[in-house]
Unconditional design. Sequence first.
Length: 423
Amino acid sequence: MKNNHKNAPTAILFHMAGSNSMGEYTGFSHELADQGYHVLAVDTRAGGGKFNQINKTVQHNSSLENSGYCEATPDVEASIRYVREHVSKGPVILVGSSFSGALVMNAAAKYKDLVSGFVAFSPASGPPMDGCEPEEALAFEIEGMVILPDSELEYGWINQQYMLFKEHGIKTMTVEGGIHGVSTVIDDRINRDVSSLRAHIFDLMKNMITDKEKKVVFSVDDWEIVTYERSALGSKMAILFNQAAGDSKQYLSTSRKLAEANITALRVDLRGHGESNNLGIFDPRIEDSKTMLFESHNEMIQIFQYVTKKLGYESRDIYVFSASYSSDEVVKSQKMLNLDVNHFAFSPGSLSSDSVLFISQSNHLVSVIKSQNERKFFANMFQEIGTIAPNVSQKIIDGSGHGVGILEQNPKFINEIIALINL
């Protein structure tokens, strides 16, 4: 686990026939950990003593010796469940070599709700894989890639399988002068420096994680609060709250950029906005509709508890983006939880004096941001914040955008924010 955040993504590694994962993935496994993954190297029952290591599953269960390849399927599936229950709630990527390359493809198709992607080095097929061939599971809804040496395409059935994978949209890669299985990306086995190839594979694996969002729904005061979580490799979390008459779609580009910078992002539709509309839609023209705005701190409380208790983020690693009215609601929820987090408040609307006093006592990064041509109300608000809370950073951005509109008008500004987060 190499000191990674407990909600970090996990790579589960499986070996080739007669082998073991500790030996076969030497070096590669440590590089994955350095990339930010938890790494679980699994010895399946169809293993042995290759690469100067002992397959401990076979060693401790002599009755499993000489198990067939398909018989290792329960080992792959149990590993996925183990990670979900005991290691991390973050994304899972399966990595297989030779026969296990086929098994991880099958498992990825079967457990699409638990697995984010797969990497299959030289996935086996043909008679030895009868009953668990990867061709059996080509209806993939998750991303994956198949990697093999170019020399293996000389075999008709492998070439046929490779073309079938391409037809089904699976990323495919051949390595010139490569060798069988994961050894094709390990320098001392292929007798040359293939670090750039490994880096490319790591980039593709990262895309499997950051390009996807998980829908998480909270029930608060009979509202169904819809959120979207985009995981990343790092240990920091950004929570993105919308403004009045807005929704979390305004943060789509921002959430992608955050994830690319290794910051997990949770886009939130507050009550009456976006998809959180089961009890009605916020309409600024209707006076009674405005009351729903000032109860949204209740869902923020649940979301903060989800992020801190279930996902395990420390307050110092949480960065809140708020817009207009939601800024004050964020501070209300913080006060109720006695929770001090980092906060970027865009065009903070109607921050109460108590809220300004609370953020003045923050030990974390607090920044208020407005556009150059915001209405006079926000200029007065900035003046008050500067007087009561001199520790709070104040930023004025070109343009006339309000709330999230500031980011939309100034898309490069998110890079400044990311730099602050990653300090």
